[in-house]
Design a binder for this molecule. Structure first.
Ligand SMILES: Cc1cc2nc3c(=O)[nH]c(=O)nc-3n(C[C@H](O)[C@H](O)[C@H](O)COP(=O)(O)O)c2cc1C
Length: 345
């Protein structure tokens, strides 16, 4: 069982590195918005402050590397590289599903490597909603989270991925209840996320009503899990079924605009954010943090640690320059500011 899961994780990393599995028709939607250039910003570029707080720790910019790896040796190397890059960039880091560690605790080192290399930043562990509803021993879960040094636990909702995955488990009955119970028993916050098909307004409101404060909309427009799983499926009919869902999902911007209507909710916007300008737009449209996954796997495959650092530096510089050219000194004035960003008709 553990071997199958780690092999699957390896397949996912290889496919992201070697093949184009992005949406071809659905866009995340950031091109619908444009910043309003301010030729009289009345501030200096050096005054722009991109810092904020997340889970009680300081961030140099409001960005998170979304859950990717863990469980297997490739995941350990990747988590180490991501942790070093994230710690020096002063951003948050989420690690991949801890399901393998629930089966075999010896693989915990592939996750713990993240905190060892990122002592200063918010670190988020990850688990699938299906594993929760199957029932997890709370003591074991708690000891894994302690070993990892996690500041929060992200729970991923991935019904379509489980349904298409050859070894998936599409059992989503009682998932809401399981999340609610976990929220009430865990000593660290819970973040509920999708994996790239997006959270709809109705789902977001249900989660908020349950007391979930943090969500990651993980919308469509970036990584398409239907395309990834189709690459792994051998059986022709099941491959055809996965093909039917290549363009399925709620675009990131559409999910973000629905989420910001829920006052008090804290939003991470991810899904197809693969450049600095999309990152800046996500924040201006109301996200507390923006995030990305596949871009960092590609950077790592192509350029290793240097690729990761350079992309994060580019994101920070782009945000700073956007804030300067829209006359916003800090994120308080930049976030959710309809004076600086407009919808193109
Ligand atoms: C190789 C890979 C592995 C992933 N593993 C997980 C995971 O274990 N748990 C999870 O919640 N999301 C996982 N994701 C989903 C991402 O966290 C993210 O929600 C999704 O890829 C959309 O972001 P993107 O368009 O920037 O890739 C994974 C993504 C990639 C590319």
């Amino acid at each position: 069982m553990i071997h199958k899961i780690t092999e699957r994780k390896k397949d996912h990393l290889r496919i992201i590195c070697d093949e184009d599995v992005r949406y071809q028709q659905i866009s995340a939607g950031f091109e619908q918005f444009s910043f309003i250039h301010n030729a009289l910003p009345e501030i200096n570029l050096s005054e722009v402050d991109t810092t904020s707080e997340f889970l009680g720790r300081r961030l140099k910019m409001p960005f998170i590397i979304c859950p990717i790896g863990g469980g297997e040796s490739d995941g350990k190397n990747l988590n180490r590289a991501l942790a070093q890059a994230a710690n020096s960039a002063g951003i948050a880091l989420a690690i991949g599903s801890i399901r393998p560690a629930l089966i075999d605790k010896s693989v915990i080192t592939t996750y713990a490597v993240a905190r060892e290399n990122a002592p200063d930043i918010p670190l988020i562990a990850n688990i699938g909603a299906v594993q929760l509803s199957e029932g997890i021993d709370r003591k074991i879960l708690k000891s894994i989270l302690d070993d990892i040094g996690a500041d929060a636990l992200a729970v991923h909702l991935n019904p379509l991925q489980e349904a298409l995955q050859p070894e998936g488990d599409p059992s989503f009955r009682n998932v809401s209840k399981a999340i609610e119970i976990l929220k009430d028993t865990l000593p660290i916050p819970i973040i509920v996320k999708e994996v790239g098909f997006g959270l709809a307004g109705g789902v977001i409101r249900r989660l908020f009503k349950m007391g979930i404060e943090w969500i990651d909309i993980a919308g469509a427009g970036g990584t398409s899990w239907s395309r990834i799983e189709a690459k792994r499926i051998a059986e022709p009919y099941k491959k055809r079924l996965a093909n039917e869902f290549f363009e399925w999902g709620i675009p990131t911007v559409s999910a973000l605009l629905d989420a910001v209507k829920v006052g008090g909710l804290k939003i991470i916007a991810s899904g197809g954010i693969d450049n600095g300008l999309k990152f800046a737009k996500a924040i201006a449209l109301g996200a507390a943090l923006a995030g990305g996954a596949a871009q960092f796997v590609r950077d790592w495959c192509l350029q290793g640690a240097q690729g990761l650092s350079e992309t994060l530096r580019l994101y920070n510089d782009t945000l700073r320059h956007v804030m300067f050219c829209t006359g916003c000194k800090n994120l308080k004035t930049f976030r959710s500011n309809s004076e600086i960003i407009k919808r193109l008709t």
